[in-house]
Write a protein that binds this ligand. Structure first.
Ligand SMILES: Cc1cc2nc3c(=O)[nH]c(=O)nc-3n(C[C@H](O)[C@H](O)[C@H](O)COP(=O)(O)OP(=O)(O)OC[C@H]3O[C@@H](n4cnc5c(N)ncnc54)[C@H](O)[C@@H]3O)c2cc1C
Length: 380
C-alpha cells in the first residue's frame, strides 16, 4: 500500500508543502491529500485590505493544484486522533487516515485575551472576521471612531488601511508598548510615524486595554474610550487542535518541533507555519509570518521526502530578509533585516516601498501556483 501523507491546512506553508511533496515523491509510492476548510487559498496578508473595503482576487485551490496529483479535500478538521492516526472532519462526519501528517493550520486572533473582546471586538485574522469588520466600517457615519488595539505589524497595517480608505473616520491605535515601529531602523521608524500622522491615525502608547464593550474600550489605568468599532490585533495564537490531540505544544498552542520540523512527541507528525513553534537562525522562536511559513513549507517537503527515501535530513533554516509594512496602498516601509531579524540600515519608504510590497505579495501567489517559494526575496 502506498504511504498516506496528509497535509492539514492549505495556507502559505501547507499548500507549498503539499505541492512540493507531490513533486518530490513518486505517485505510486505515496498519496498526498490536502485538507482545507475552504476551497480558496486565503491571502491572509491582504485581509486588512478586505476589511477596508477593497476587493480581493479569488484564488481557487483547485486551480493552484491543477496538474498535480495532490487530492484536495474541502472540510474543517475538528479533531486528530494521534493513536488511530486519523484526522476527523466534523461536518460530514468523515475520517482520513495518515501515515505522515503535516500540521499547517495557521493561527487565529487572540480574542480571549480580555473580557468582552470575543463578543464585541472585530478582527482581521480570517476572511470571515475581515468581512464582518468591512460591513461594520461601512455603516459607521463620517466622524465616527475605529479603535485598533495592537501596535504590531497587523495593527499598523490595519489602522493605516482603514484611515486611507475611510478618511472620514477617526482611527486610534492603542498599544501597550511605549512606541510603535521599535524594530525598525531610525529612518524607517521616522517614516512610519510621519505616515500615520499624515493619515490621521492617533497613537496611544503605553495603554493596556483591559476590556472591550459594545461602545468602546476600557484601559488598565481606568480610562474609557468610546469607539464605533474595536479591532483586536494583539497577535495570533494557534488553533487548539494539536493540544487537544495530545501533541506537545507551547503556551500559544503551537506544536513543539525539532530542527527538522518534526513533532517532539509524535515522530510521524510535522508542523509548519504559524501553527509550529519553529526555531529561527537566531535561536529565537519563529515569528508568525510568511517569511517563516514559506521556508518551513518547502523544508518539510524535503525532510519528509528524505526520510521516506531512507536518508536523514539536515535542519531546516528559518531566516529573515525584510519586514514589509504597508501603510495604505501608496505608502509603506520595507526594513531589510539580518537573517536573525535584526534591522539593517537599508530601508525603503513611501511609494517605492508600496510597489515593492505589492510585487512581493503577488509573487508569493505566483510561487504557490508553481509549488516553489522562489528566492527568500519572494517572502513577504
Ligand atoms: C491582516 C494580516 C496581514 C499580514 N501581513 C503579513 C505580512 O505583511 N508579512 C508576513 O510575513 N506575514 C503577514 N501576516 C501573517 C501571515 O498571514 C501568516 O503568518 C501566514 O498566513 C501563516 O501561514 P500558514 O500557512 O501558517 O497559515 P495560514 O495562511 O493561516 O493558512 C492556514 C490554512 O489552514 C486552514 N485551516 C485552519 N484550521 C483548519 C481546520 N481545522 N481544518 C481545515 N483547515 C484548516 C485555513 O483555512 C487556512 O487555509 C499577516 C496576517 C494578517 C492577518
Amino acid at each position: 500500500m502506498s504511504h498516506r501523507l496528509v497535509v492539514v491546512g492549505a495556507g502559505y506553508a501547507g499548500l507549498l508543502a503539499a505541492k512540493r511533496l507531490a513533486r518530490r515523491l513518486h505517485r505510486n509510492d505515496v498519496t498526498v491529500t490536502l485538507v482545507n476548510a475552504s476551497d480558496r487559498f486565503v491571502e491572509r496578508v491582504r485581509l486588512h485590505q478586505l476589511a477596508a473595503g477593497q476587493r480581493l482576487t479569488e484564488v481557487p485551490l483547485r486551480q493552484q493544484l491543477s496538474g498535480t496529483p495532490v487530492q484536495l479535500v474541502v472540510g474543517h478538521v475538528t479533531a486528530i486522533d494521534a493513536t488511530a492516526r486519523t484526522v476527523c472532519l466534523g461536518d460530514e462526519p468523515r475520517t482520513i487516515d495518515y501515515d505522515t501528517l503535516v500540521y499547517a493550520v495557521g493561527s487565529q486572533a487572540r480574542l480571549d485575551d480580555v473580557p468582552g473582546a470575543a463578543e464585541h471586538a472585530y478582527a482581521v485574522a480570517c476572511p470571515e472576521q475581515a468581512t464582518r469588520l468591512r460591513h461594520r466600517v461601512a455603516e459607521i457615519a463620517s466622524g465616527g471612531t475605529v479603535a485598533v488595539v495592537g501596535g504590531g505589524l497587523t495593527g499598523l497595517e490595519t489602522a493605516s488601511e482603514l484611515a486611507e480608505s475611510h478618511p472620514g473616520l477617526r482611527v486610534r491605535l492603542f498599544t501597550s508598548a511605549d512606541d510603535v515601529g521599535s524594530g525598525l531602523a531610525p529612518r524607517g521608524r521616522a517614516h512610519l510615524l510621519r505616515a500615520l500622522d499624515r493619515l490621521g491615525v492617533s497613537i496611544h502608547p503605553e495603554t493596556v486595554v483591559t476590556a472591550v464593550r459594545e461602545d468602546g474600550l476600557g484601559t488598565r489605568d481606568g480610562r474609557s474610550f468610546t469607539a464605533d468599532a474595536v479591532v483586536w490585533t494583539t497577535g495570533f495564537r494557534a488553533p487548539d487542535l494539536a493540544r487537544a490531540a495530545g501533541f506537545a505544544t507551547d503556551d500559544s498552542g503551537r506544536m513543539l518541533i525539532d530542527a527538522t520540523l518534526r513533532s517532539v512527541s509524535h515522530p510521524e507528525v510535522y508542523a509548519v507555519g504559524d501553527a509550529a513553534a519553529g526555531v529561527s537562525v537566531s535561536g529565537a522562536p519563529s515569528r508568525m509570518s510568511c517569511q517563516a511559513a514559506l521556508p518551513m513549507g518547502r523544508g518539510v517537503a524535503d525532510v519528509v521526502a528524505a526520510r521516506l527515501s531512507g536518508r536523514e535530513p539536515g535542519p531546516v533554516r528559518i531566516g529573515y530578509v525584510f519586514t514589509n509594512i504597508s501603510l495604505g496602498r501608496r505608502d509603506g516601509v520595507v526594513q531589510f533585516t539580518h537573517a536573525d531579524d535584526r534591522p539593517r540600515r537599508f530601508v525603503l519608504t513611501g511609494r517605492v516601498a508600496a510597489v515593492f510590497k505589492e510585487a512581493v505579495v503577488r509573487s508569493t501567489v505566483r510561487a504557490r501556483r508553481r509549488g516553489e517559494p522562489g528566492s527568500d526575496a519572494s517572502d513577504s
